[in-house]
Design a protein around this ligand. Structure first.
Ligand code: HEC
Length: 313
């Protein structure tokens, strides 16, 4: 038997109404509380920008089965052999890997679809190769040719050696570059293929002394704690020097550390070469390698300060 039935008075029904309202009210309160505790934080979490890889992490290290950046500190050593069957011919995994690496390292010059028309291409002479057609290749578009080009670069051009990319990853790039050209790449030279396969099979690849990138960065950070980021001029500033710096620097924090770590500042072109070679891990854009000597001098002067300017004749 319930209370209401035993107290059929006005007071009783008023109490019942109050109780109902109280139940309703507290129900609403609980709903709001839950909303506040669960839904709002979830929404806030949702609204937060997607987590980006920490900027200390080199671009090339964000994916992959061979992470060249985070290998433990090591003396120069031979790499373990790679089964040529996994790298000599294209497969979906290699091509997908190649595409990622291509976007990170090559499109600034060779363009999204490999037509040699990336944003930096206009500044380069000779122009970056157009991978979609068979004309003008200097070393060639066979597997071993492209592997050599990526490994050693083309001297005296914007095409740098990408020897920091692990050999198996370079093969992923080789196949991806070839996949961009719909033309007939012709028969491979069996001897060249064999030599390359042998190199993968044996301990043919050597990597130099190194410490992991994260450790190197930690060392740099502690050695020069508090290096403030470079102040790039806002996009509205269309002056040539402001645009040049915005073009050449992809990460003002890392670039600031690079500049601070540059102790030998005597010769502008040596400094420029060192900075260009360290891109993009050092905060400079890979495409900056294509800038000419005058542009680089301007960048170096702007970043290392007036002291150098005074030293110039
Ligand atoms: C800073 C600009 C730049 C970047 C970045 C760059 N290249 Fe190049 N690349 C060039 C230029 C310039 C040439 C043309 C060199 C020549 O004509 O001798 C070239 C040529 C080539 C060639 C053709 C060589 C031949 O036989 O003619 C290949 C293959 C190539 N690049 C692959 C790559 C790959 C793969 C990447 C990324 C890992 C890359 N490049 C990144 C500028 C660049």
């Amino acid at each position: 038997m319930s209370d209401e039935q035993s107290t059929p008075t006005t007071w009783g029904s008023e109490a019942k109404g109050l109780a109902n309202r109280f139940a309703l009210g507290s129900g609403v309160a609980v709903t709001f509380l839950l909303f506040g505790l669960i839904v709002v934080p979830a929404l806030l979490r949702e609204r937060r920008p997607l987590p980006r890889p920490p900027s200390d992490q080199p671009a090339a290290a964000s994916v992959g089965w061979l992470d060249q950046a985070e290998t433990p500190a090591s003396k120069g050593r031979d790499l373990p052999p790679v089964d040529p069957a996994t790298v000599m011919t294209p497969n979906p995994k290699l091509l997908a890997r190649g595409e990622v690496l291509f976007k990170q390292n090559c499109t600034s010059c060779h363009g999204e679809s490999g037509q040699g028309n990336g944003p930096a291409a206009g500044t380069l002479n000779p122009r970056p190769r157009n991978f979609t057609q068979p004309a003008d290749w200097k070393r060639g578009f066979h597997v071993a040719d492209i592997f050599t080009t990526i490994s050693t670069g083309v001297k005296g051009t914007g095409m740098a050696a990408f020897d920091f990319i692990m050999p198996a990853d370079r093969m992923a790039l080789v196949h991806y570059v070839r996949s961009l050209g719909g033309f007939d790449h012709g028969a491979e030279d069996p001897k060249a293929l064999q030599a390359l396969a042998d190199q993968f099979r044996s301990k043919g690849f050597h990597i130099p002394n190194r410490i992991p990138v994260s450790l190197a960065i930690k060392k740099m950070v502690t050695e020069q704690a508090m290096v403030p980021p470079l102040q790039l001029r806002p996009a509205e500033d269309k002056s040539a020097s402001a645009e040049l710096l915005r073009f050449a620097i992809v990460d003002p924090f890392r670039a600031a550390r690079t500049v601070a770590a540059t102790t030998n500042r005597g010769d502008l072109s040596t400094v420029a070469r060192a900075w260009a070679a360290g891109a993009p891990d050092n905060g400079f854009a890979p495409a900056a390698a294509g800038l000419n000597a005058a542009e680089w001098s301007e960048i170096v002067r702007a970043l290392v300060g007036r002291r150098e300017e005074a030293r110039q004749p």
